[in-house]
Write a protein that binds this ligand. Structure first.
Ligand code: UD1
Ligand code: UDP
Length: 362
């Protein structure tokens, strides 16, 4: 069998591909792990490879461009050269980043089958670069591994050409596989000076590239009904610095700013917090996993993870400071019974995905 190429370029892709890599190893299927270098800081890339106990990537690309278009083109060109050399059986991409679109296009131009893990998500928010990336990738993929019935229905409605398989989301596999290890190994709680806290993250371009959002976010923090633990994404750090807001945030006594954390530390914080406030996609899924099961206020206008809302875990609260604060008070005052099962699967998504690959390529 020719090797499977497993592509990851950003933090969430490494996390969500880890269970697939583990399943490929278990089945003894040949594969090559390519890190495309979209995220490059230690704490946005290598840290996760170590946390998830993955072998070093077989290929690590270095990307010099920073504009989204040039970044996409550069990854595509470098992937093209690599695919010429490797001649894989299938290229697996995960999610909706620029890496995903670039690698999928590179495979498409060489007539190499593409498997899209986490296919079929739709926010219907065309301001999001991710919405374009995921739609385009779905339409050139040969294998579409969808997390939910809803995602599958989106693909059927759009008449995609590839074969659709309902697998669940590998984010749930990763939490189930790593939470017990995280609880043993992580010492992050020793660094948290608060008894109860909300865990916050924000990095979406349509949010943090907008000063009005940053102002709203700062005010939510300053008026928050409970302390905030806030691991800061590099994009957001840059934007806060550019707008002279970082030092102001650092002075807030009820806010603990942390660097981007490793996966094990982050899992432990999710497990121990009272509430999550985020614009992340992956965190909306992980909050529903057994062992975590937390309420999430989604500081966005839309979500492509409606299943988390329907199951009662997530609430879309927009980006207006007053609405976010009202939602925080409501969530803290009223306990909500959360389902025991995740709407994103039972932790077997990677095994199901690799079974399909084994059947068709091995
Ligand atoms: C990207 C993805 C987004 C995903 C997120 C996960 C796209 C369009 N966006 O957003 O879907 O949710 O990753 O975190 O693909 N930076 C660093 N160090 C790093 C990485 C980034 O300093 O290791 C800074 C740089 O200034 C860079 C900026 O962050 O220009 C944005 O990085 P980029 O990868 O383009 O987008 P993200 O916001 O990280
Ligand atoms: N995460 C982490 N450390 C952090 C913040 C997030 O390990 O400091 C993990 C989180 O558990 C989830 C993933 O990173 O698995 C989400 O990444 P991000 O929010 O950057 O991207 P998105 O999921 O929105 O694409």
């Amino acid at each position: 069998m020719k090797p499977v190429v497993v592509v990851a370029g950003t933090r969430p892709e490494i996390i969500k591909m880890a269970p697939i890599i583990r399943a490929l190893n278990k089945e003894k299927l040949p594969f090559l792990f390519v890190h495309c270098g979209q995220h490059y800081d230690y704490n946005m890339s290598q840290q996760f490879i170590e946390n998830l106990e993955l072998a070093a990537p077989d290929y690590s690309l270095k990307i010099e461009s920073s504009s989204p278009g040039a970044q996409t083109a550069e990854i595509m060109m470098k992937m093209d050269q690599l695919l010429e050399k490797i001649e894989p059986s299938i290229v697996l991409v995960e999610g909706d980043t620029n890496t995903v679109l670039s690698a999928a296009l590179a495979a498409n131009k060489r007539a190499i089958p593409i498997g899209h893990v986490e296919a079929g998500l739709r926010s219907f928010d065309l301001r999001m670069p991710e919405e374009h990336n995921r739609r385009l990738t779905d339409h050139i993929s040969d294998y579409l591994f969808t997390p939910t019935e809803n995602a599958k229905a989106n693909l059927i409605k759009e008449n995609v050409w590839g074969k659709i398989y309902l697998t669940g989301n590998t984010a749930i596999d990763a939490v189930i596989q790593h939470l017990p290890i995280a609880e043993k190994k992580s010492t992050i709680m020793e660094k948290i000076p608060f008894k109860t806290f909300a865990l916050a993250t924000a990095h979406r371009a349509e949010n943090v590239d907008d000063v009005a959002f940053l102002e709203s976010f700062m005010e939510v923090f300053s008026k928050s009904p409970l302390p905030i633990v806030y691991p800061m994404h590099p994009r957001t750090k840059k934007r806060l610095q550019e707008n002279n807001m970082l030092s102001q945030m650092e002075k807030m006594k009820n806010v603990l700013i942390l660097p981007p954390l490793g996966y094990l530390d982050f899992l432990v914080l999710m497990k121990n917090c009272s509430l999550i406030i985020t614009d992340s996609g992956g965190i909306q899924e992980e909050a529903t996993a057994p062992g975590i099961r937390k309420r999430v206020l989604v500081i966005r206008l839309s979500t492509e993870r409606q299943e988390a809302v329907d199951a009662g875990f997530a609430k879309i609260v927009g980006t207006d400071k007053n609405n976010i604060l009202v939602a925080m008070h409501q969530a803290l005052e009223k306990e909500q019974k959360l389902p025991s099962a995740s709407p994103f699967g039972d932790g077997t998504a990677a095994v199901k995905t690799v079974d399909v690959i084994k059947k068709d390529f091995a």
